[in-house]
Design a protein around this ligand. Structure first.
Ligand code: C2O
Ligand code: CU
Ligand code: CU
Length: 478
């Protein structure tokens, strides 16, 4: 079966927003797609990996003329791709070379909160560095690192603080997936920007409480990119790294592609599509098969009807290996008997956004879950279908299962592990959630201006036999 629709509710697409900024095809010449380099570990042993991650300022030639001032991790814009091997202890020095405080949030990583997780309670001040360490103990997946200082997460990400994180393990290594990084396995970070005078970005000038957008697609920090395809099959690790934009993706000729992984790793079975919609912070790994094309052909990836990447086909060796019907076993623990069902309500738009009828407060813990329990979280979006929007709901510190949407089966590509799920207006999505670590974590809408605007809460994962207290920052101590 090949799915040909975007699943989400069409009346709630961002294209119907009053403030929607349509993408425009850049008029500047095509440029080679930047594929982020892999970050070199400072040191690696059989059991440990050591990294230094630096948040820094820079400038990049994005358009002809002036360079654009940007921020990035270990590079001028976005970052190098960070590789973790499952089972190893990871030691990271986090260095802040920016003129203001930032945090380093590992989106999708199962690590203790709130400090290792890197949300708003883990500031690294300008000119300072801190250390974190954790065991990488989750399946192979495409995760990401982004800044998370409240309430300026959106601005930091807009300036460029976002990069891909790849977890590898032995199970994924046995599957017939492309995995030659940079050749047939590449991240594809989808963002949009508006260029102002002298090719600069101006977050405040573009500010919109429902999410900042720009008309120019920026893919891996490249404007109007092409990619040279030299293999029949190409694996794209797609991340919606935009502040607000939904990406409705399809290729020229309605070329079919196969999703093999969602946010938290490999899907139980491959899912074939011609069209795929991602909401903010969601990831999809897909394999595209160019077997029916000839050298010299170009296959274009579109968002709605705007071209965003041009794949230039070169000679390749044939690779007609088939994917197995079953890719991976997905953990599906039983819900703990008598556990409470958590309720999360995302409401409002613009400045009125709230979670559970409240604005975010760094000092308030809104919910609790016992470590070891498996519990349902029912997440609702109370917007109206006629003028509401899809809110991408994200939880820190876990990979969850999507159980149902208004009592119906989740979308066919939601049967693996996820950390972000788009919730339609009028919908309640039931999640099954469990944690591996203690801590205070955040849950929020991943339209980043909604998160900064207060559509965010926090919860504690606790152990009744070992109660802990946490040092929670507040806006004034920051
Ligand atoms: Cu992607 Cu609270 O974060
Ligand atoms: Cu996160
Ligand atoms: Cu939202």
């Amino acid at each position: 079966k090949v799915y040909t629709d975007y699943f989400f509710d069409e009346p709630a697409y961002n294209t119907h927003d009053g403030g929607f900024v349509p993408l425009e095809e850049p008029k500047t010449p095509q440029q080679k797609l930047k594929v982020p380099e892999l970050l070199e570990p400072d040191r690696e042993t059989d059991t440990d990996m050591y990294y230094t991650v630096i948040a820094q300022t820079g400038e990049v030639q994005l358009l002809p003329g002036e360079k654009t001032k940007t921020w990035g991790y270990n590079t001028n814009l976005l970052g190098k791709t960070i590789l973790f091997k499952k089972g190893k202890m990871i030691h990271i020095t986090l260095k802040n070379e920016l003129p203001e405080l930032t945090t380093f949030h590992w989106h999708g990583l199962n690590v203790p909160g709130p400090v290792t997780d890197g949300g708003c309670h883990a500031p690294v001040y300008p000119g300072k560095s801190t250390q974190i360490e954790f065991k990488c103990d989750q399946p192979a997946a495409t995760l990401w690192l982004h800044a998370h200082p409240c309430p300026s997460t959106a601005q930091h990400v807009w300036k460029g603080l976002a990069t891909a994180v790849v977890v590898k393990d032995d199970t994924e290594a046995k599957l017939p997936f492309p995995r030659n990084y940079g050749v047939d396995d590449i991240p594809l970070i989808l963002q949009d920007r508006r260029f102002h005078e002298d090719n600069q970005w101006d977050y405040m000038a573009d500010y919109d409480p429902d999410g900042v957008q720009g008309p120019t697609p920026m893919i891996n920090g490249t404007i109007n990119p092409y990619f040279d395809v030299t293999t029949q099959k190409l694996r794209l690790r797609i991340l919606d790294g935009a502040n607000r934009r939904e990406w409705r993706l399809h290729f020229s000729d309605d070329l079919k592609f196969t999703q093999i992984a969602s946010d938290g790793g490999t899907l139980p079975e491959p899912v074939d599509f011609t069209h795929l919609m991602l909401t903010c912070a969601e990831r999809a790994e897909i394999i595209v098969d160019f077997g029916n094309y000839q050298p010299g052909d170009v296959v274009t990836l579109f968002c709605d009807d705007v071209p965003i990447v041009h794949f230039r086909i070169h000679a390749f060796k044939r690779d007609d290996r088939q994917l197995p019907d079953h890719l991976a076993d997905i953990p599906d623990p039983d819900v703990t008997p008598d556990a409470p069902v958590h309720k999360v309500v995302m409401s409002g738009m613009d400045e009125e956004v709230e979670m559970n009828g409240k604005k975010f407060d760094m000092q308030r813990i809104d919910d609790k879950q016992k470590l070891g329990n498996v519990e349902y979280w029912d997440v609702s979006n109370t917007n109206d279908m006629s003028n509401g929007m899809v809110h991408p709901y994200h939880m820190h510190g876990t990979q969850f299962r999507v159980i149902s949407r208004n009592g119906h089966a989740p979308y066919p590509n939601e049967n693996g592990l996820k950390d972000t799920v788009g919730v339609n207006p009028g919908e309640t999505v039931r999640l099954k959630v469990w944690f591996d670590h203690l801590g205070v974590y955040m849950n929020h809408c991943h339209i980043i201006e909604h998160e900064d605007g207060g559509m965010m809460a926090q919860f504690e994962v606790y152990d009744p036999d070992h109660p802990k207290t946490y040092k929670l920052m507040d806006m004034d101590t920051l």
